[in-house]
Write a protein that binds this ligand. Structure first.
Ligand code: NAD
Ligand code: UDX
Length: 464
């Protein structure tokens, strides 16, 4: 099968970067990214690439060299479906906020809309690729919708989950650990579809890194990969608490266990709890699926990962309160970092939101600075927690554009995100302008304790 054009429905954190790399690596193929969000598409089309809707190192230069050559952003979903041989679905699959499965299951309404639109508009046979993270057996539902769509064309459904992490998305896409393609390898049409998708990746990925599996294994593997990664973070976070009461140092423990090649050294950084749009959502979904197959022990096992994450966030906020003599009312506390990790402007499910909320409930005056997250987004995040009115949030929480201003007169500073620039600040200048005693709560263990103690700071470091 010769593929001339592909499209992706959903121009978000996955659709945008993924399709940019496809366009860059497959110059003979036309790539269209479509979205119902006109504002987002306008931003993708902005001549000034510093205004792209997503901040991701290396992304703007790829967009600059491919956009309007073989990479196009548009709101015309119908046209993109009709023109394309392969259609990727990369829409959001958030935790359901209503009805059966509320707060647990993945909300598949956006995926279902895509399936119905493909059934309605397709004017030739199509390969449909699930890029979104989906519950195991979702392909069955997509197939059912398409088979009942009265379309005269045939559709082959593949699962091709995306494993990129934000902040390193471009590197992850260019040099993936593996590419997973799930499909029906027992039928001729299934085999052809798998090969067509594989051929796209072969433009830059070694064949031995492309794994083909059945579709259910592929769908499930994505949830399981995220669950295992999140489990490592929760595991080391439990140990951080134990270190704090035993005078062990979690960094040393991480290094010691990580040197065991069976354990491996990655994903062992203690923190204020994992954030991001994926880990919590995907584990909740795994728990929901296990329960729905009547596997309560499996569900409870994975639920503990979330339980520990919430505990770690609360524990960090409570540590700030207890060290500040058990009251933070009317004290200025500066949160450095709002993004859920460095090198991204994404703050979805960031621990900063929950720590800020906890401290605001104690009537603290919160100041915050993040190099990439906008003021508008920070207020939207705190409003979404629904703990107080929008007016109260704007009175109690101040967003600064300058880190030194954010820290001026503060009683305490908390490091929430591991941005590199925080290590390079003039900490003497910050200390001089703070209320005394001046506290630092390093939730990412990135600062040099000895230097700061010498300046005069009182320091708490996670896991130390
Ligand atoms: P996102 O919210 O950034 O983007 C999704 C986009 O889809 C939005 O812009 C939305 O407007 C659009 N959309 C929704 N319904 C649509 C429709 N019917 N037609 C056209 N556009 C529509 O989400 P994301 O972070 O890119 O995640 C997308 C999927 O990828 C999710 O399933 C997520 O779990 C998965 N995933 C995300 C990451 C990540 O790091 N963010 C990594 C791997 C996998
Ligand atoms: C994750 C998966 O890594 C990726 O494969 C998947 O496609 C999407 O979900 P992402 O959420 O973008 O990626 O970032 P990740 O690097 O996994 O970090 C998630 C959270 O865990 C962040 O808040 C990060 O700070 C935290 N984390 C990560 C730790 O606290 N300690 C660690 O050692 C690693």
């Amino acid at each position: 099968m010769i593929v001339k054009q592909i499209c992706c429905i959903g121009a978000g954190y996955v659709g945008g970067p993924t399709m940019s790399v496809f366009a860059d690596k497959c110059p003979d193929i036309k790539v269209k990214v479509v979205d119902v969000n006109t504002n987002r598409i306008e931003q993708w089309n902005d001549e000034d690439v510093s205004k792209l809707p997503i901040y991701e190192p290396g992304l703007s230069s790829i967009v600059s060299r491919t956009r309007n050559k073989n990479l196009f952003f548009s709101t015309d979903v119908k046209k993109a479906i009709q023109e394309s041989d392969i259609i990727f679905i990369s829409v959001n699959t958030p935790t359901k906020q209503y009805g059966v499965g509320k707060d647990m299951a993945a909300d598949l309404k956006y995926v279902e809309i895509c399936a119905r639109e493909i059934g309605k508009y397709a004017n030739s046979d199509k390969i449909i690729v699930e890029k979104s993270t989906l519950p195991v057996r979702t392909a069955e539902a997509i197939k059912d919708i398409l088979e009942n769509s009265q379309s005269e064309f045939s559709f082959e459904i593949l699962s091709n989950p995306e494993f990129l992490a934000e902040g390193t998305a471009i590197d992850d896409l260019i040099s993936p650990d593996r590419v997973l393609i799930g499909g029906d390898y027992h039928t001729e049409s299934g085999k052809k579809a798998i090969q067509a998708l594989k051929n796209l990746y072969l433009n830059w990925v070694d064949e031995d890194k492309i794994m083909v599996s059945n579709i259910w294994s592929s769908e499930l593997s994505k949830l399981v990969a995220n669950a295992f990664l999140a489990q490592r973070v929760s595991s080391i976070n439990t140990i951080s608490e134990l270190c704090e009461v035993t005078e062990a140092d979690v960094k040393e423990v991480s290094k010691a266990i990580g040197m065991d090649s069976r354990i491996g050294s990655k994903f062992l950084n203690a923190s204020i709890g994992f954030g991001g749009s994926c880990f919590q959502k995907d584990i909740l979904n795994l728990v929901y699926i296990a329960n729905s197959y009547n596997l309560p022990e499996v569900a409870e096992y994975w639920n503990q990962v979330i339980h520990i994450n919430n505990h770690q966030r609360r524990r960090f906020a409570n540590k700030i309160i207890s060290r500040l003599y058990n009251t933070v009312s009317d004290k200025k506390i500066t949160l450095l970092g709002w993004a859920f990790k460095k090198d991204t402007n994404d703050s979805r499910e960031s621990s900063s939101i929950y720590v800020a909320d906890h401290l605001l409930n104690e009537q603290a005056l919160i100041s915050t600075f993040d190099p990439k997250v906008s003021e508008e987004q920070i207020y939207a995040d705190i409003d979404a927690v629904n703990s107080r009115t929008e007016i109260e949030n704007r009175t109690l929480l101040t967003v600064y554009k300058d880190p030194y201003e954010a820290c001026k007169d503060a009683h305490a500073i908390a490091i929430m995100t591991e941005w590199e620039e925080f290590k390079l600040y003039d900490w003497q200048r910050i200390y001089d302008a703070m209320s005394k005693p001046a506290f630092i709560f390093d939730g990412r263990a990135i600062l040099n304790n000895e230097d700061l103690i010498r300046i005069g700071f009182k320091i708490y470091t996670i896991g130390k």
